[in-house]
Write a protein that binds this ligand. Structure first.
Ligand SMILES: Cc1ncc(COP(=O)(O)O)c(C=O)c1O
Length: 380
């Protein structure tokens, strides 16, 4: 039976999983200090880039001996740079539990043709890390953005591993605790958990990853935008603000502003708490409603950023069409934008819960989910 529309709407209906909601205080005026029209290699540009690197280290608690670089091509660029530069020295293990992880599997197996053990889990589940040989190079995605499943912790990764761990953390960073000692290469972009602008990627290298770069040359040629070494030595400039090619100083300014905001809400812990509060509001809603459930099969692996939901009501005739219609109805009301499940994922909804989203907006959205669900059941 159709129900009455809720009285309250989210103040900000942007629940997209990327680009994600900008910081709640965002205004273009905050970017006034961007050195527009200046060279990124002038002192003013270099200082901004260096600040972006060091503020990233500060907020995320990245160890002093890890290198942080701003690179081209968003998170994909950073991941590809790592795969093409580091793999091939030994066997690899490719781990995937949703579509982005699957993309990295395909690159390594089909493009680079590396001898790899491939371990996958279905949408909603996760691969058992206790079953992985960490003397191989292991590539995985910390948070599966399209399945709403995350690695709960890095405990299964041994400290004395011989291989490298390469982690796509783009939808985990600034929202989950990453154990840097267990991660040799970590990548992310700015447009997810910090609501930054797209374009640039960040690559974080452990001393072991740097040692691999300096001691191993892949058998294949590397394009300039992937090259992190010259004459067998790390190009240090990339990790101190002398980017490989031209960055957007507007995007850099926006990132600096977002990092400052993250500090103002309690830094990493504050950001983790915000995401957890958002996800918990949805989890509690699902527990109370018999017609909707988390796609994650176990609360221990449920994402606190990309919360993926499935409809479980037996009256639903065509699952994919139903979910799409619900998302469309919510969008038409202006209460939730871009919350349809990812195109390769099971039918359902995906609601971004990262720290730039306000819990009050999630709470205002939930009654609308029920409203749209009932309206769609009635309309079938
Ligand atoms: C886990 C994961 N990896 C990679 C990407 C691709 O990121 P980008 O568009 O920054 O290259 C995404 C985007 O949503 C993602 O969620």
């Amino acid at each position: 039976m159709a129900i009455e529309a809720p009285a309250t709407r989210p103040a900000n209906p942007r629940f997209s999983s990327g680009p994600c909601a900008k910081i709640p205080t965002f205004s273009l005026d905050l970017l006034a200090d961007a050195p527009l029209g200046r060279s990124h290699r002038a002192a003013v540009g270099k200082t901004k880039l260096k600040d972006a690197i060091e503020n990233t280290r500060d907020v995320l608690g990245i160890p002093a001996d890890y290198k942080i670089g701003i690179v081209p091509g968003s998170d994909t660029g950073a991941v590809e740079m790592a795969l093409w530069s580091l793999l091939g020295e030994r066997k690899a293990t490719m781990v995937a539990w949703e579509s982005f992880g699957a993309g990295w599997v395909s690159d390594v197996v089909k493009q680079l043709k590396i001898d790899a053990d491939v371990k996958t889990a279905d949408y909603g589940d996760i691969v058992d890390f206790a079953d992985i040989d960490f003397n191989t190079d292991v590539v995985f995605t910390w948070n599966g953005t399209t399945s709403g499943v995350r690695l709960p912790n890095a405990d299964a990764i041994p400290a004395d591993r011989e291989g490298l761990t390469i982690c796509d953390a783009t939808s985990a960073v600034f929202a989950m605790d990453l154990d840097w000692d267990k991660l040799d290469v970590t990548t992310f972009s700015w447009q997810k958990a910090l609501g930054g602008e797209a374009a640039h990627g960040v690559i974080v290298l452990s001393p072991r990853a740097v040692a691999r770069l300096e001691s191993y040359t892949p058998a294949w040629p590397l394009p300039k935008i992937f090259r992190m070494t010259k004459g067998g030595k790390l190009i240090d400039g990339i990790f101190t603000g002398a980017t490989i090619n031209t960055p957007s100083m507007l995007a850099v300014e926006d990132y600096l502003v977002a990092l400052d905001w993250a500090k103002s809400v309690g830094g990493l812990k504050g950001m983790i708490d915000r995401a957890t509060a958002n996800a918990t509001a949805i989890w509690n809603f699902c527990d109370a409603k018999p017609w909707i459930a988390n796609l994650a099969s176990d609360p221990a692996i449920a994402s606190t950023t990309s919360v993926c939901l499935k409809f479980t009501d037996e009256r639903i005739q065509d699952g994919a069409a139903f979910a799409k219609a619900v998302a469309k109805r919510l969008e038409a009301e202006g209460v939730a934008l871009d919350i349809g499940a990812y195109r390769d994922a099971p039918a359902g909804l995906r609601i971004w819960c990262g720290g730039t989203v306000e819990t009050s907006d999630i709470e205002a959205l939930l009654p609308w989910l029920e409203w749209a669900f009932e309206a769609e059941i009635a309309a079938q």
